[in-house]
Design a protein around this ligand. Structure first.
Ligand code: ADP
Ligand code: MG
Length: 250
C-alpha cells in the first residue's frame, strides 16, 4: 500500500477540524436535528472510531467530514481548507483529491470487474487508461485480490468485495480514509480481516476514521469518540500517531 506524505505530527494543524457543526434535515413539516453542535479535531496519522447507536448522527458527521455534504451551521476545515460553504462541484474536486470512502454496502459497480471498479476514481482524475490499469492491478494485489481482477462483485464473497472497495478507496492516494460500518455486512471472520487491513493502513501512515455502532469493533482504533443524539458525549483523546514508516514499502 502506498504511504501518504508523513510529516512529524506534533505541532501541525489538524487534518480535520470540526467546529460547532449542526445539521438539520427537513422532513416535510418537521425538522430533524441530526447534529447539534459537534466539535472535534483529528491529526494526520490518527486512527479514530466514531461510535454511536443507529440514528445518532454518525453517517451525517462522516458525510460532512468527507465533503459529501455541508453543515447547516458551523465550520469544517480539511487540511486547513474551509469546506463548510462550498458548491457541490467544488466539494467533488476536494473530495476526489483528499478522501477515500469505504461503505457498509461496498458500493461497487455490479456489471464490471474488480479492475474496472478499482480504477474508476482515476477516470475522473483523468489518468490515462494504461496507467489506470497498472495502478488498479497493483492496488488489488496489495489488498490480496491479485487473482480476482477479472471477477465481478457477484462472483466474490462479501469480504472480498470490501477489500476491493478498499483498493478503490486507496487508488487516488487519499490523505483520509473514511469507513462507515465497513464490517456491517460481513461475517465475523471477514470482518476481522477487514479490520486488520485497516490497522495495516494506519500503520503505514494513513489517517482513518471508522464509524461503527459496535464498541468492540471500535477497539481496532486508537481513539474512540462517542456520539449520542447528534452530540459528542466522550472522546478518549488524541492518540499518538505511529512511528514514521520506513521509506520503502512493498
Ligand atoms: P447513524 O449513521 O448514526 O445511524 P445518521 O447520521 O444516518 O445516523 O442519521 C441521524 C439522524 O438524521 C436520524 O434521525 C436520521 O433519520 C436523520 N437523517 C439522516 N439523513 C437524513 C436525510 N437525508 N433526511 C432526513 N433525515 C435524515
Ligand atoms: Mg449510519
Amino acid at each position: 500500500m502506498q504511504t501518504p506524505s508523513h510529516k512529524p505530527v506534533t505541532n501541525e494543524p489538524p487534518l480535520i477540524l470540526v467546529r460547532d457543526v449542526t445539521k438539520i434535515y427537513r422532513m416535510g413539516e418537521t425538522w430533524v436535528h441530526a447534529l447539534r453542535g459537534v466539535s472535534l479535531s483529528i491529526q494526520q496519522g490518527e486512527f479514530v472510531a466514531i461510535i454511536g447507536q443507529s440514528g445518532s448522527g454518525k453517517s451525517t458527521l462522516m458525510h460532512i467530514i468527507g465533503c459529501l455534504d455541508t453543515p447547516s451551521s458551523g465550520e469544517v476545515l480539511i487540511g486547513g481548507v474551509d469546506v463548510s460553504h462550498r458548491s457541490q462541484k467544488e466539494l467533488a474536486i476536494i473530495r476526489n483529491r483528499t478522501v477515500g470512502f469505504v461503505f457498509q454496502t461496498f458500493n461497487l459497480l455490479s456489471r464490471v470487474n474488480l479492475l474496472r471498479n478499482t480504477e474508476f476514481p482515476l477516470m475522473y482524475a483523468g489518468v490515462p487508461r494504461r496507467k489506470r490499469r497498472r495502478m488498479a492491478r497493483e492496488m488489488l494485489g496489495r489488498v490480496g485480490l491479485g487473482d480476482r481482477q477479472h471477477h465481478r462483485p457477484n462472483q466474490l464473497s462479501g469480504g472480498q468485495c470490501q477489500r476491493a472497495a478498499i483498493a478503490r478507496a486507496l487508488i487516488n492516494r487519499p490523505n483520509l480514509i473514511l469507513a462507515d460500518e465497513p464490517t456491517g455486512n460481513l461475517d465475523t471472520e471477514s470482518g476481522t480481516s477487514i479490520l486488520e487491513l485497516l490497522e495495516e493502513l494506519h500503520e503505514r501512515g494513513h489517517t482513518l476514521v471508522l464509524v461503527t455502532h459496535d464498541t468492540q469493533i471500535a477497539q481496532a482504533a486508537q481513539r474512540q469518540i462517542r456520539i449520542r443524539d447528534g452530540q459528542l458525549v466522550s472522546d478518549t483523546g488524541r492518540s499518538h500517531p505511529p512511528p514514521l514508516p520506513t521509506p520503502e514499502h512493498p
